[in-house]
Structures are given as C-alpha cells and as structure tokens.
Write a protein that binds this ligand. Structure first.
Ligand code: GRF
Length: 180
C-alpha cells in the first residue's frame, strides 16, 4: 500500500509514520514551503512536494494538481497529519474513502477546531484522540479508532500525552489497513 502524508507544519506524526512504514510512505506533501515537515522528509529520504493554494487560481485547480501527483505516484491512501486545509470535492471525488485524518480530541467534541487540545483541556471535556475517514464535512467522517485521555492539571503535560497517544494510535490504524 502506497501512502502519502499531508502536513502543514511540524510533521512529528509524519516522522513517526515514515520511520514505522518506510516501504509504504512514498510521499510527503505540504501546503507551506517553509513547513518543518519538509526538512524531516529530506532527512528521512522521503520524496516531498510543496505548493501553496495562493499559487493557484482556485482550490479546484490546487487539488487537481494534487490528484495528478497522487495518481502518478500510485498512492492508495492519503494520511492527513496536521494538514490545516479542508479537503474539497476535487480530491474527495478521486480519493473518497481513502483519506484519513487524526484529530486531537474525542470527536465529535471540538470538531473543526484548530485548537482542539487547548479547548478540550479548558473545558475538561472530549479529552482524547480520534482517527477518522475524511468526508465533505470537517472532522465528521466515520470514526476508525478513538481513545479518551485523563485530564492533567498542566496543559503542556496534557499536550504531551495527546501526542504520545497519536504516535501509537495512527501507526496502529495504518498497520491494520496495510495488512488488510
Ligand atoms: C496533531 O496534534 C494532530 O492531531 C493535529 O495536528 C497536529 C499535528 O502535529 N491534526 P505534527 O505536525 O504531526 O507534529
């Protein structure tokens, strides 16, 4: 199974996946040229591509370019890991059912929030991590796996516990998909 990972920034989840599945992670894509994930990809020898929405006339042409690359590289599964854009109809038409995302809350709590860790911690509700299929909504697709996390007094410590779970949960889900 050929996997492409989309990430907008840091890319720590990308790195975990690329190290765990070196034969499957074939491509990193970022919608920001300066994203740290691109440096990680270089170090790990994973081919990487970046382009930005503003370089295209609209989202459809941006996504058409992505579809072209994904098809050329024979990508079977698109893994979103901190990709901060909503997947539009152009990508969904070709890759619907083959795009998954990880969200740092127990969905449906804090769906769509780019600050789900802080918000769930502040509310002491919906603490956890969810992996789900991507549909036309925002964090609304079918849940594949999710775990709850206990509240921790310290936000930084809670945040760390979220990432530790992410680094286990995402590989577990993907391993099962590869073995299917
Ligand atoms: C993760 O917390 C993920 O759940 C969320 O964005 C963050 C990405 O972190 N969607 P990183 O770029 O993988 O370090």
């Amino acid at each position: 199974m050929n996997i492409a990972v989309f990430a907008s920034g840091n890319g720590s989840n990308f790195q975990v996946l690329a190290e765990k599945f070196p034969n499957n992670v074939k491509l990193a894509f970022s919608d920001h040229h300066e994203a740290y994930v691109l440096k990680r990809a270089e170090k790990l020898n994973v081919p990487a591509v970046s382009f930005e929405l503003k370089e295209f006339i609209n989202k459809a042409t941006y996504e058409s370019e992505l579809v072209e690359i994904l098809e050329r590289e024979k990508i079977d599964l698109v893994v979103l890991a901190g990709y901060m854009k909503i997947i539009g109809p152009t990508l969904l038409k070709k890759y619907g059912g083959r795009i998954i995302n990880i969200h740092p809350s127990f969905l449906p709590n804090f769906a769509g929030s780019p600050h789900a860790i802080e918000e769930s911690w502040e509310a002491n509700r919906g603490l956890g991590v969810t992996v789900h299929y991507v549909d036309e909504g925002v964090d609304t697709g079918d849940v594949i796996a999710q775990v709850t996390l206990p509240y921790l007094e310290n936000l930084a410590e809670y945040e760390q516990s979220v990432h530790e779970v992410e680094y286990r949960l995402y590989p577990d889900v993907i391993e099962k998909m590869i073995c299917r």
